[in-house]
Design a protein around this ligand. Structure first.
Ligand code: ITT
Length: 196
């Protein structure tokens, strides 16, 4: 089956393609479409469903969207649903340093990566999966792989940040890997029905 993924984040698109090899994952750009969505939801699920529904309304074909972010309890849950905009219009490298500054002196460096994936198969046929991975915000960025907050997040039980792992090692434990594997089971269960 084909899913049109409502995302402009190349890191996410790569991970969708790795974890859903049976699905042809296309982006609006692959279809020559210009897509933008104003994310104002209070939750990851609101935003994921909003993005997927918006693209479905434009195309009438099966769509997916991912809304994700890093939830840091010592920062009152920030950056959370605002992860892509934390600190405003700055580079991701600076965003990571800003978060490290905000946590300087905090006793609790725990964090949770959250990923909500919404799929709109038809106007009233939806799948929504949300998963997490728990870990720690390290004291300085480490690693060049992955994207976003990967250099400063170390999952529990691992000796490396996500940015120090290869893609398949991240997928095996990540919030997105977990969400997409659950979704994959449902999509592959009845692929023909899933497309009607
Ligand atoms: P789209 O909405 O176009 O998909 P986006 O980057 O704006 O792309 P979000 O609104 O969901 O996506 O923001 C999520 C941010 O959280 C994203 O920009 C990353 O910085 C961060 N993030 C999410 N998943 C991550 C991951 O697996 N590794 C590192 N950072 C991640």
């Amino acid at each position: 089956m084909t899913l049109l993924l409502a995302s402009t984040n190349a890191g996410k698109v790569r991970e969708f393609r790795r974890v859903l090899p049976e699905v042809q994952v296309l982006t609006p750009r692959d279809r020559g479409l210009t897509y933008s969505y104003d994310e104002r939801g209070a939750t990851f699920a609101d935003n994921a469903l909003g993005k997927a529904r918006h693209l479905f309304a434009m195309t009438g074909t099966a769509t997916a969207a991912d809304d994700s972010g890093l939830v840091v309890p010592a920062l009152g849950g920030a950056p959370g649903v605002r992860s892509a905009r934390y600190g405003g219009d700055i580079t991701q490298r600076r965003r990571n340093l800003l978060l490290l500054d905000a946590l300087a002196g905090a006793a609790d460096r725990s964090a949770l990566f959250v990923c909500c994936v919404a799929v709109v198969l038809a106007e009233q046929r939806l799948l929504i999966v949300q998963e997490t991975v728990a870990g720690t915000v390290v004291r300085a960025p480490r690693g060049d792989g992955g994207f976003g907050y990967d250099p400063i997040f170390q999952p529990h039980g691992a000796g490396a940040t996500f940015a120090q792992m290869d893609g398949s090692a991240k997928d095996a434990i990540s919030h997105r890997g977990r969400a997409l594997r659950r979704l994959r089971q449902v999509l592959l269960e009845a692929p023909a029905a899933a497309q009607r």
